[in-house]
Each structure stands twice: as C-alpha cells, then as structure tokens.
Design a protein around this ligand. Structure first.
Ligand code: NAP
Length: 655
C-alpha cells in the first residue's frame, strides 16, 4: 500500500473538510453536549487525529467487542465516561488551536488504530480496502487518474438508463470526466426505487452511515435508518450539488437500445409521457435500472375480480385513505414488514398473509433519531464520521461472512447451516421470545430455515407488538383464491377486505423488464440472459459492446452491502473501461466470454457454499426457476472493491 495520504488531489480542500470534519469554534457547552452523544470508539480515533498522540490508545479504555448495531464497542458506562472526559479536553484544545489539519497515520499507526477500534476484527489483508473508505489513501472510490484525452472523452456521448442512486453516481462520474451524457428515467423525478416505493413505513434497512455516497459526509441523516422521503431528498440534493439536473430526461421510457457495428454506437429509442418518440445516439450505454424496478403481482386465482383498490407497494396511490378500512396485505418480506406496522393504527383491521416468516435482527436504533450532538460530532470532529461509518458497516459486510457459510458437516435438521449461523439463530430466537411467549404466534413467526438465507430484516420490537394488536391478524394458511370481496385461504375461510395490497416483491432475475437491448448481430440481451442473467463483475456482457450494467447480475450481496457502495464500485469500473477504451484507440470493448463465464461460475460455486442456496430456503426472490441465485454476489466485498478498482485490459476484446 502506498503511504496513506489524503485525497486532496481529487477534491477541493473545502470538499475534504466537509467530508472529514469542518473546523469549529462552538462553545464549550455545545462541544460537551456533542461528546456526550458521540460514539466512544469513533471519538477515541478522532482524538488521535486531533492530537497525533497514538499513546492515547494505551492510556484510555478501548472497545471490547465489535457487535452489529452497537456503535460503542460494548464498552462499559464508566469506561465510556473516562474517554468522553478526555475527549472534551482534546476537542476544546483543538478548537483553541484553530482546528489545524488533522494528523494522518502512517500504515503502522493505522494498523494500531484499526486493531483498537475493531478489537482485531479487521485483519491485515483488509487494510487497503478499509483505509480507502476512511479516506486515508487516494485509492478510493474515485478510481485511478484518467489516461484518455479530454477531447476523446468529450466526443463519447453516453446514455444512462435510470436515475436512481446508481444512475446518479454514474452521472457524477461522467460529468467529472467531461463525458457528455443524458440520464433517462420513466419516473417524473430522480430517485429510482426511492421515488417509486412510497408506501407508509418505507425506510432504509442498512444504516445510513453506510447508505451514503462515500464522497459525501455522513452527517446528512436525522435518523440512523432514514425514511423514504429523507433518502429521496438526499438523492435529489446530491444530484443538484453535482449539477445533474441539466442532464435529465424524465417521464421518458427507454424501449430499445440497439448496437450498430458500423458506427460503433448505440441507438437508444425512447418514448415520452405524451407518446413522443426520440432516438438518442450513444457510444456507450450505462444500464442503471437496478434489480427492484419490476414489481411482481403473483398469479392468484380470482385476483382480477377484486372490487376494491388493489395495488403493489411499489405503486402506492398517494390519494388512498386507509382509515377504518379492512386491509389485506399479501407478503411479509422487507416491504410488508415495514408497511403493516405503519398502517395498523389508522386501518380498521389488517390481515397479513404470510407464506414464509422472515428472520429479523434486534436493532434498537431502527426507528431512532440521531441526536443533534451526535450530528455535530459527525460534522466537525476530524475523521469521526469516517470511523463511525466503519463501525457501522464492518460487522455487516465481510465481518458477517462466517455466519453465512454452510458447514457441510453441520446438521441440526436444517434450522441453521453452521456453528456461527446457529449461534446467530439462537440470538434471533431469544429476541423474538423477549416479545411474546404465545406458542401459536411463535410457531408462525420463527422461521424453520437458517438465518440470513433470505434478507435479514431489522426490528426494534415493532413487528411483534403490531402482530399482537387485536386489529391485526397474521394468517399463514395458503391463499386459495381471491374474489370481489376478499381472500379465501386453503382452509376454506373467507376474509373480507376493502383494500388489497401486494407486498410481493420484484422480478430481480429479469431486471431489464420491458427494455429490449440488442447487441452484436442483433442478439437480444433478455433472451441471452433468460432466467440466468450474467455479466462480468456484474457490469459488462460478452457480445454487448460498450454496455455497462449497474446492480447487474452477480452483484447483490444480500445481507451485507450498501447498494450505494456497490454502485460506486461499478461506476468507477465502468468509467475505467471507457477510459481504457478511449486510450486504446479502439471503438468498442466487450469482456472475453471465457472471463465472464469464469466469473459467473466461480461466483455461483461460492454461493453454493453459503446460506442463500441452503435446501430449506425454497421461496426467495433471488432464486430462479432452476434454483440458482444468479443475481447474488458470494465473494468478499473487499475483493469486489479491489477487482472493480480498475479494469484489466487482458479481460477484454477490443474492436
Ligand atoms: P420480498 O422480500 O421478495 O417479499 C415478498 C413477499 O411476498 C414474501 O413474503 C413472499 O413470500 C410473498 N409472496 C410472494 N409471492 C407470493 C404468493 N404467491 N403468495 C403469498 N405470498 C407471496 O419483497 P420485498 O419485501 O418487496 O423486498 C424485496 C427487496 O427489496 C428486499 O430484500 C430488499 O433488498 C429491498 N427492500 C429494502 C427495503 C429497505 O431497505 N428498507 C425495504 C423494502 C424492500 P415468500 O417469502 O414465501 O416468498
């Protein structure tokens, strides 16, 4: 690893200060109040940056254990107080010295800091990866310096399909590279899935410290897990700050993208809300439609006969009034789990039709606001926000890999898939039992498959408190049919409903939806993919020149990743490919078929050793018709970060 140094070459000093800690001259009282709310381990690290004194890590109490969702390293209250008292003195002195540039560790010092903060959890091999996210090296999400000329880039128009978080970061990267582009989106605004999913209760379930662009500070958030409206506002705010507005074509649907070999360009056909058709010429297409753009409404007999309002959670009618209504919610996955508690109070009665119970993790912060003091600390104390982010993401990301591993010698009847997974299961069951001892309810809500096999949900007790209400019923008998007035289950019981809500998820294995993409020789991408989509690193596809997917097949790290982090990796990689292409003088690039096949095969082999393919997990949105999980990523995120840091020309055919 090169000697750590800040990323001043790629951003302005003001941007860096915004990211790493804005100078402050606040009163003693403000600083004291902030320190009282701050995460103590992150505070400890910031003290080292403020003083340059690594000895503080020997003198003061340090974290004991890194636990998911705990931002205090399992430290005792007296120990935390000792650190807070010392931190106050350091912060006041730092202020009085005029907030000089923070001290930066060399590699040995960084190792010491990592060992203390994570209690040894971040091993040596992860140092570069973590240092980049801490912004201690220039090997960050920005990628290597471009090698093509500005004139080459200015003559390389790109169409980005989709204006969600992925399309936004693609736009930011293209703009900075001086590449002309338009972002086309069928919705009336930016935000993608966060614009479409407006159902009550919708919020992120990855901590916002991680669900944030790495080049933006982490103090944006009023809650640890922000609601949909706040995330949508954030995405719009970022898009404005980076000047994307002028590049947007909204209420415009891409129907077809066709590669033309002679001109080495794509013809992207669109249709506007008024039926107006256009054709955009592009040298490259970035397909940022995501995996959650195509809602599924299952084919249940009689569903079309239902007389009342009937809609998917991703198609929420803003005008709907649920007050006093009898509501049938079909599905208890991530969306249903958030929706039902949010509507129970105002509805007359909610019936939740659950086919498979889903695991949920204890998370007392799930609905909690972030105090003003904690936000002040994130905004001002040098590097505090970066270390807080690490505390938030590490236990979820590569730190959680062992829990997801299938041990071939493990057999407890399929309840778990290995010792770590079993221990996790026991913890989750204990959490559920803390809220109910009702055996009938327990039988319905405790899953009989290993945890993490489907996406783990977040819970602070809200779900079981909601199910315990008299006006909420959890129904586990299979649905037999729907008629004009309600839902009939297989046991013959008919339950009347005024409103039918489908919380039934998305068709992730066919992410292109209605878009036709034709590559070399007119090859149709949806046909080529069929039920088993593939792409090299989830980004590039053989036979489809200058096409770059974001959140493509083989990229969904179900339980650990922030999709924003992954999108940054993919945007960096796509830009690297474009730069490599232009610098080579060639007109088009495609990944070698053998390289792509090897990536796909290796990834699927890894996934076969993990919980996602466990035989007890029959229904999950990422399984395809043959039981494979083509959209998932089974490797380490650190490897994905490294492999997407820059393209290897040996992986590509140029033409
Ligand atoms: P989902 O997790 O796929 O859940 C769909 C639900 O519908 C499941 O309970 C499923 O049951 C049920 N279902 C499907 N077909 C059915 C049928 N024919 N009969 C009865 N039930 C049926 O979809 P989702 O809840 O929309 O979440 C999808 C993904 O979106 C999540 O994993 C997550 O990545 C993302 N998401 C994130 C957030 C967040 O960050 N807060 C919120 C919502 C969604 P089975 O389990 O038996 O298949």
């Amino acid at each position: 690893m090169p000697q750590p140094h800040p990323v001043l070459e790629v951003s302005s000093a003001a941007d860096i200060a915004r990211l790493l800690g804005l100078p402050f001259d606040d009163s003693d009282a403000v600083i004291e109040a902030a320190i009282a709310q701050a995460s103590v381990p992150a505070l400890l690290m910031s003290m080292v940056h403020m003083t340059g004194d690594l000895g503080l890590l020997d003198e003061l109490p340090t974290p004991v254990l890194l636990i998911p969702m705990d931002l205090d390293g399992a430290m005792s209250e007296p120990d935390k107080q000792v650190v807070r008292d010392a931190a106050l003195k350091v912060a006041l002195d730092y202020r009085d010295r005029g907030c000089p540039p923070p001290w930066l560790p060399d590699r040995a010092a960084l190792r010491r800091m990592l060992d203390v903060l994570t209690v040894g959890a971040v091993a040596e091999e992860y140092t570069d990866y973590v240092a980049a996210d801490l912004r201690l090296t220039d090997a960050d999400q920005d990628g290597p310096a471009l090698t093509s000329t500005a004139a080459q880039r200015a003559d390389f128009p790109v169409v980005v399909i989709g204006g969600g978080e992925a399309g936004i970061v693609a736009g930011i990267r293209l703009k900075r590279a001086g590449i002309p582009f338009v972002i086309v989106d069928r919705q009336s605004g930016l935000g993608g899935t966060w614009a479409a999913n407006r159902y009550p209760g919708c919020r992120v379930d990855i901590t916002n410290q991680y669900y944030t662009y790495s080049f933006e500070p982490t103090d944006h958030w009023t809650h640890h897990y922000a609601e949909q409206s706040e995330i949508l506002a954030y995405l719009n705010d970022v898009a404005d700050r980076y000047g994307l507005r002028e590049h947007l074509r909204l209420e415009t649907e891409v129907t077809t993208a066709t590669w033309d070999e002679d001109s080495a360009s794509w013809a992207v056909e669109t249709i506007g809300a008024q039926g107006n058709r256009t054709v955009l010429a592009a040298r490259a297409v970035i397909c940022a439609v995501g995996q959650f753009g195509n809602p599924i409404i299952p084919d249940i007999p009689g569903a079309a006969d239902f007389a009342g309002p009937s809609f998917h959670t991703a198609d929420w009618p803003d005008e709907i009034d649920l007050t006093g209504k009898r509501i049938a919610v079909i599905g208890a996955g991530a969306s249903g789990f958030q929706l039902v508690p949010a509507i129970a109070e105002r509805a007359g009665h909610v019936e939740v039709y659950q086919r498979t119970p889903q695991w949920f993790a204890p998370n007392i912060n799930y609905h909690q606001p972030i105090g003003d003091g904690a936000r002040w600390a994130t905004r001002h104390l040098p590097f505090y926000g970066r270390w807080l982010r690490l505390l938030s993401w590490w236990p979820l990301a590569d730190g959680g890999a062992e829990t997801a591993r299938q041990d071939p010698d493990w057999d407890d009847g399929g309840l778990s898939c290995g010792p770590a997974n079993r221990a996790f299961r026991d913890l989750l069951v204990a959490w559920i039992q803390a809220f109910t001892s009702d055996e009938e309810l327990l039988a319905k809500v405790v899953p009989q498959y290993p945890p993490m096999g489907k996406r783990l949900l977040q819970d602070d007790g809200t779900w079981l408190r909601t199910l315990a209400r008299d006006d909420v019923t959890l129904i586990t008998d299979p649905i037999a049919e729907i008629d004009a007035t309600g839902v009939r289950t297989a046991d013959g019981v008919h339950r009347a409903a005024d409103v039918l809500i489908w919380a039934t998820g998305f068709d992730v294995n066919h992410q292109l939806g209605p878009i036709t993409v034709r590559g070399r020789g007119g090859r149709d991408l949806a046909e080529a993919w069929g039920d088993s989509p593939y792409a090299y690193l989830g980004v590039t596809v053989p036979e489809f020149p200058n096409l770059f997917c974001m959140y493509g097949p083989g990229t969904n790290a179900v339980n650990g990743a922030s999709i924003i982090y992954n999108s940054e990796c993919q945007a960096r990689y796509a830009l690297g490919c474009i730069d490599m292409l232009l610098a080579s003088g060639a007109r088009a690039l495609t990944p070698r078929a053998d390289v792509c096949a090897d990536y796909t095969r290796t990834n699927q082999e890894l996934l076969r050793t993990q919980v996602y393919t466990h035989p007890k997990i029959v229904n999950s949105y990422f399984r395809n018709s043959t039981g494979e999980v083509p959209t998932l990523y089974g490797g380490r995120l650190s490897d994905y970060w490294a492999r997407t840091s820059r393209p290897d020309p040996a992986d590509y055919d140029f033409g």
